[in-house]
Design a protein. Sequence first.
Length: 120
Amino acid sequence: MLIFFLLLGVLLCTTYGQIIIKARANVVSPKVDDGGYFASMLLDPWVLSALVAVAAAGFFWLAAIRRVDLTFAYPFVALTFVSVPVISYYLLGEALSVGRLVGIALIVAGVLVAALAPGV
């Protein structure tokens, strides 16, 4: 059961990091040059929290792959390709076309097949 909490930690921290960085990218100094933009982003407390979350995801990942085969754990990382677009739709107002929804459904199906497949 611990492995699922570790993989959930990877998923939640990675998703948080992506959503926060995108949300802040939309509002932090949008009119400055690239150097000023990156400096503004790196000094933004929300962006810093996102970077901490991404680092935490790395620690969750290290703990997870120590306990299970990579062939089992890695498909769960694909769920970020589900969580980020869905949350982006609701929180950031981004579009979710039918094609993207079909792709998301295929990713979920693939993760289920991989997770339920017997190990060798």
